[in-house]
Design a protein around this ligand. Structure first.
Ligand SMILES: *Cc1c(COP(=O)(O)O)cnc(C)c1O
Length: 355
């Protein structure tokens, strides 16, 4: 810390991302990226865009917003795009929370929510999950706070039904409900269809998980026109050129190659089912994950130990120190081949095999 840092930042705890290894070639199952490269169409579109990098991008990125809106039956005015969905969440915390509109989110969820709240000193409550790690929708009914729900939730992979989301929206009409759908493409229904009926709903999605573009940093928010205007008020006060030309080109091309996206999602879901079965045979306890990761605990080995044994053998998974979930590891679903290596390695570790 330098002697120049504003005292108001002394107390903040920054977000701790999963490891991004440098040289060593790990099988990387720790940050829920797609194991598949971007569509060939993305490579082409980005290569072409490079020749235009001397020009600023369109700060309204109208074409991108139209392409994002169309599949949901929405208009460009219902869409804001961001440098990763983290940026959209950042804008939303700034726009829709303060001393009066305090925040509520689950106690176990995406670790960035308390970080944003901490940075801006926004009051928040963390609502415990049920014992089975499910989210209790009742706890959010008529809460009168700005609610943030990852659906499916991370790192549990469990989701609320559309009906439960709707009850939360309906019973909190004076507050924004942010539904973070980073994992929606792996088998759950988006709440975006509720947008025409609820002006307090903000749905946030990303290209990082299902669309193989974590490195491009591309996320978006969907909501009522006025909600999006509020977010743009923040965006244009922070960084109106928040997307690079290359990211916009990559996103447009990814949206055009719908078949590639659908195929990869199907493949991930199949591999997830297969791995869950094999882990269950090895006596792991798993949540019924609807995301591109598994959340699993072995009665034979602690979470941290399993994480480090796997790391020694070149496989990265994620372990969280939080007491309620410290027995678990979160395993991103990779390719079939990667997962076979993973499962064999786990088996070997459990059997006490040496390196
Ligand atoms: C990965 C993730 C994000 C962030 O995604 P980016 O678009 O890469 O910023 C947001 N929310 C949840 C729940 C996530 O898991």
């Amino acid at each position: 810390m330098s002697r120049f840092l504003s005292t108001k930042h002394f107390g903040i705890t920054p977000y701790e991302p999963g490891e991004q290894p440098g040289e060593k070639a790990y099988i990387k199952l720790n940050t829920n990226e797609s194991p598949y490269p971007p569509s060939p169409q993305v490579l082409e579109a980005v290569a072409e865009e490079i020749g235009r990098l001397q020009l600023y991008p369109d700060p309204a990125y109208t074409r991108l917003r139209e392409s994002l809106a169309a599949p949901f039956g929405l208009q460009a005015e219902n869409v804001i795009a961001g440098n990763g969905s983290d940026e959209i969440l950042h804008f939303a915390f700034l726009a829709f929370a303060d001393e009066e509109k305090s925040l509520a989110f689950p106690r176990i969820t995406y670790g960035f929510y308390p970080v944003f709240a901490g940075l801006y000193r926004l009051p928040y409550v963390q609502i415990p999950l049920r014992k089975d790690f499910g989210l209790e929708a009742k706890d959010y009914i008529g809460l009168g706070k700005t609610i943030v729900i990852a659906n499916p939730n991370a790192p549990t992979g469990l989701a609320l039904s559309l009906k439960e989301i709707e009850q939360i929206l309906l019973s909190n009409p004076a507050n924004v409900v942010i539904v973070d759908e980073a994992y929606v493409d792996f088998g759950t229904q988006s709440a975006a269809c509720l947008i025409p009926r609820y002006d307090n709903l903000l749905v946030v999605q990303t290209f990082s998980k299902s669309r193989s573009l974590a490195g491009a940093r591309l996320g978006f928010g969907l909501g009522h026109k006025q909600l999006i205007e509020d977010l743009n008020r923040i965006r244009c006060s922070v960084n109106p050129y928040n997307l690079s030309r290359m990211s916009v080109a990559a996103a447009l091309a990814a949206l055009r190659d719908q078949d590639y996206h659908a195929r990869n999602c199907r493949e991930i879901i199949q591999t997830r089912t297969y791995c869950a079965e094999v882990l269950a045979q090895m006596h792991f306890h798993l949540t019924k994950s609807q995301a591109n990761f598994l959340f699993a605990r072995s009665p034979q080995i602690g979470g941290e130990q399993l994480y480090s044994r796997l790391k020694q053998r070149g496989i990265l998974v994620r372990h969280f120190a939080q007491a309620e979930i410290s027995d678990f590891v979160r395993i991103s679903v990779g390719t079939r081949e990667q997962m076979q290596v993973f499962l064999h390695t786990v088996q070997d570790i459990l059997e006490g095999g040496k390196e």
